[in-house]
Design a protein. Sequence first.
Length: 116
Amino acid sequence: QVQLVESGGGLVQPGGSLRLSCSAAGSAFSTIIMGWDRQAPGKQRELVATMTRDDTTNYADSVKGRFFISRDTAKNTVYLQMNSLEPEDTAIYYCNAGPSWSRLYWGQGTQVTVSS
């Protein structure tokens, strides 16, 4: 079991930036994979970015070049730096972590709203 706590969401104007953080309580084995999903109103949840223990990253096409995922393995923490935010990025962002792709856990989510 992995317990995840997200922070850093909020309201930002288009073109602005936000940094999300997610701390995981659990063994290092349980956080081999860490990442972020999001769910916008009326839409399905989608992968935003993932990062494995060997620093391999994966991004949704819609955020490539604007969002950057990083992790502090010693702190079991994953970050999502979001730049050039667009209204379409408005969603609840969920942190996820787990020992494998089939065994992921999710946090409660943090709201990101991009609006002028």
